[in-house]
Ligand binder design. Structure first.
Ligand code: HEC
Ligand code: HEC
Ligand code: HEC
Length: 129
């Protein structure tokens, strides 16, 4: 004969197992989460090649800060000849005005934490331009 209690327990275990990926992702794991930073700008290109920006934007920012603060040099000439103001807020964040969906998304993902820049520099509120 069958035992209704055992059948129900069996069914519950079965349901938990087949839905595991769904609730695991929704609650604990975020196993399939990727940062997917949103680039919202009408500009065709960044101030340097994308691969370089991806890997080394922090070095470029440090370079810009030192040039401005120590050397009074505010002019950055990109490879294509475009001249930019070496400024975190006026240049980077003018194009990447959606800080939350762009910068923050990556930084949260790699768990570097948020850079302290925004203690002093004014962050844009986000959203598209
Ligand atoms: C003129 C507009 C513009 C300015 C100014 C600009 N960017 Fe960009 N940025 C872009 C565009 C457009 C892309 C995407 C390029 C592509 O798709 O190949 C990009 C790509 C990037 C990426 C790579 C993102 C990814 O997911 O691949 C990073 C990081 C980045 N920018 C950071 C910065 C920083 C930091 C500054 C200031 C030093 C800056 N950008 C200034 C337009 C700009
Ligand atoms: C494609 C992913 C990505 C995007 C988009 C991105 N970053 Fe980063 N950023 C990183 C990674 C990864 C690190 C950490 C590198 C390390 O620890 O060596 C980092 C580090 C930094 C640092 C150095 C942190 C520190 O405390 O010294 C600064 C400053 C920075 N990012 C600024 C920005 C700004 C501003 C934007 C948006 C305009 C941005 N990043 C967008 C991936 C990204
Ligand atoms: C303690 C306050 C403070 C912090 C934190 C800070 N800055 Fe600055 N930063 C300044 C001041 C003040 C200037 C000088 C402003 C000027 O001369 O235009 C400056 C200038 C700069 C400049 C050149 C001028 C401009 O308009 O952007 C860059 C680039 C820059 N900082 C990047 C960064 C980055 C990247 C971080 C985070 C890793 C950061 N700063 C953190 C105070 C700060």
């Amino acid at each position: 004969m069958f035992d209704a209690g055992k059948v129900i327990i069996g069914l519950v275990i079965f349901l938990v197992l087949i839905t595991f990926p769904v609730w695991y992702n929704a609650t604990i794991g975020n196993a399939s989460y990727v940062p997917d930073p949103q680039i919202i700008t009408t500009a065709p290109a960044c101030v340097a090649p994308t691969a370089y920006m991806k890997a080394s934007h922090m070095d470029l920012l440090n370079q810009w800060r030192d040039d401005v603060v120590r050397r009074g040099n505010r002019e950055y000439v990109a490879a294509d000849g475009t001249v930019y103001n070496k400024s975190l807020t006026k240049t980077c964040m003018d194009c990447h005005s959606n800080k939350a969906e762009f910068c923050d998304r990556c930084h949260d993902y790699v768990a570097v934490g948020q850079p302290d820049c925004w203690d002093c520099h004014i962050a844009p509120e986000g959203g598209a331009r």
